[in-house]
Write a new protein. Structure first.
Lengths: 114, 111
């Protein structure tokens, strides 16, 4: 069975500082990994994905994620946080079943202070 | 191109009733997945439909069911509602099976 762990319920960072939201995964075979963001009373918005290739993946709104196979991690990063980045972030994994089913982590609330 | 739409956006029901939620995927997307989001359990997969066939199902009781029509629109039904069914129900559509595009969700409150 596949699983995702987001060890931090909340991450606090000051505007302009770099941010990291952590994610580790467990899946059989090579993973398909995703990051989504959710703003209040909204659905999930796709940020980026890792399928294969470069370990550093660039996504929307200046976010990027680093895939580390040996540590089974896929941490989300941004060099300079904005107050508007404050939201709930979800890491997700899809296995090789060929289906679209995503297994999500429990989410990490990112709070960026002015 | 229009995004994923879900109707209704908000719904209030009482225990024992049943409810039907609707999802219209992005044009051309044939895969539709449903997820339940609650504060306690987070995001949990309900089921996925592709070309009118359910091809994957999560660990939910039989009170939860769904279907997909020939135009890829999908509905999910919950019968004999329980208080614990109160949640945000999210629908997502996919073209290639990689990234999923989510709708705004239907907020179901069971009293």
């Amino acid at each position: 069975a596949q699983s995702v762990a987001q060890p931090e319920d909340q991450v606090n960072v000051a505007e302009g500082n770099p941010l990291t939201v952590k994610c580790t995964y467990s899946v059989s075979g090579n993973p398909y990994l995703f990051w989504y963001v959710q703003y209040p009373n909204r659905g999930l918005q796709f940020l980026l994905k890792y399928i294969t290739g470069d370990n550093l993946v660039k996504g929307s709104y200046g976010f990027e994620a680093e895939f580390n196979k040996s540590q089974t991690s896929f941490h989300l990063k941004k060099p300079s946080a904005l107050v508007s980045d404050s939201a709930l972030y979800f890491c997700a994994v899809r296995g090789l079943s060929g289906y679209s089913t995503l297994t999500f982590g429990k989410g990490t609330m990112l709070l960026v202070s002015p | 191109k229009a995004g994923v739409t879900q109707t209704p956006r908000y719904l209030i029901k009482t225990r024992g009733q049943q409810v039907t939620l609707s999802c219209s995927p992005i044009s051309g997307h044939r895969s539709v997945s449903w997820y339940q989001q609650t504060p306690g359990q987070g995001l949990q997969f309900l089921f996925e439909y592709f070309s009118e066939t359910q091809r994957n199902k999560g660990n939910f009781p039989g009170r939860f069911s769904g279907r997909q029509f020939s135009n890829s629109r999908s509905e999910m039904n919950v019968s004999t509602l329980e208080l614990g069914d109160s949640a945000l129900y999210l629908c997502a559509s996919s073209l290639s099976g990689d990234e999923q595009f989510f709708g705004p969700g239907t907020r179901l409150t069971v009293l």
